[in-house]
Design a protein around this ligand. Structure first.
Ligand SMILES: [Ca+2]
Ligand SMILES: [Ca+2]
Length: 304
């Protein structure tokens, strides 16, 4: 029992506190004990209630926390799912990129191989070009040499032509235009500058009196060349009258047209006249071995 005054433990059957000598009223003391125990019980109940309320609070708190965590977990799962999908997509893209990269690498290697081959070909071509350049240079040197020889030769030819033409003039016999027309024209040495393109050079046409600007001088439908080679008069009707005695007498001779511009003609063994109008023409006719073989001229001493 507790002393109501000094609050010290004393025996339950004490009538007086051994410590403070306070008189103990057992009825009141029992009543106080009952009240005390009642208070103790209610305090205990309060504690239990507070405990349960606390437990409920903690449970609610844990539940809310768990809900938030679950929500976060769900969100995190979604994010992870999204990220996983993105990662898969990225991996797919990377795989695709890798394929493209491999293909590009293969293409690049092919290009490099092609380039190397092209460089090799270029090298070969360069060498060929260098060889060609050297060949051209050699050819140019050769051509230069030939040109120099040709110029020397041309000088000699011009000199020879000049000599031959002097000889032609010196050996020639003068004839009129009418007389020269009595000898048929040979189909040789008629080419040259030809304004009317009738096959007779301007020089020949001037010598024979035809129009050098008109292919058919008499406009009878036959060209000057065709008429002359057939013995027809290109400046009028009919044929030229051939004086055979004159022709025979003139064979192997050089005739000079004194009525014209002193054009020269050689009369061959075939009885036809060969135009020697220019030194070049004369030279070509007189150096023609085949011609002289087929039409041997009379000797200079015989012609004189
Ligand atoms: Ca002509
Ligand atoms: Ca005619």
């Amino acid at each position: 029992m507790i002393c109501p005054n000094c609050k010290k433990q004393i025996p339950d059957d004490s009538d007086e506190c051994v410590y403070c000598a306070t008189q103990i009223d057992h009825k009141k003391q029992v009543s106080n004990e009952i009240s005390f125990r009642r208070y103790q019980r209610w305090f205990f109940y309060g504690l239990i209630i507070i405990f349960f309320v606390g437990m409920i609070g903690v449970t609610v708190k844990i539940y809310n926390t768990n809900s938030a965590l679950l929500a976060d977990l769900a969100t995190t799962k979604e994010v992870v799912q999204t990220k996983t999908e993105e990662l898969d997509s990225t991996k797919t893209n990377l795989t695709e990129k890798d394929k493209i990269l491999q293909q590009t690498k293969a293409n690049l290697e092919q290009k490099q191989a092609d380039l190397k081959k092209a460089e090799e070909n270029l090298s070969v071509k360069d060498q060929e070009l260098a060889n060609k350049v050297q060949e051209l240079k050699d050819e140019l040197d050769k051509q230069t040499e030939i040109k120099a020889d040709y110029q020397d030769c041309q000088l000699n030819l011009n000199k020879a032509d000049s000599n031959i033409y002097s000889l032609v003039i010196r050996l020639g016999e003068g004839v009129s235009n009418e007389e020269i027309n009595q000898i048929n024209l040979a189909d040789a040495n008629l080419e040259g500058v030809d304004d009317d393109e009738d096959g007779l050079s301007n020089t020949v046409e001037i010598a024979l009196g035809t129009n050098k600007s008109l292919a058919d001088s008499d406009k009878d439908g036959y060209s000057d060349r065709d008429e002359l080679l057939s013995g027809y008069n290109p400046l009028g009707e009919g044929v030229f009258q051939v004086d055979q005695d004159f022709v025979n007498k003139s064979k192997g001779k050089i005739l000079i047209q004194v009525d014209g511009n002193n054009e020269a003609w050689y009369i061959g063994g075939n009885g036809q006249k060969y135009f020697l109008g220019t030194p070049n023409d004369a030279y070509k006719v007189m150096r023609s071995v085949e011609y002289w073989t087929q039409n041997p001229p009379v000797s200079i001493s015989d012609s004189n």
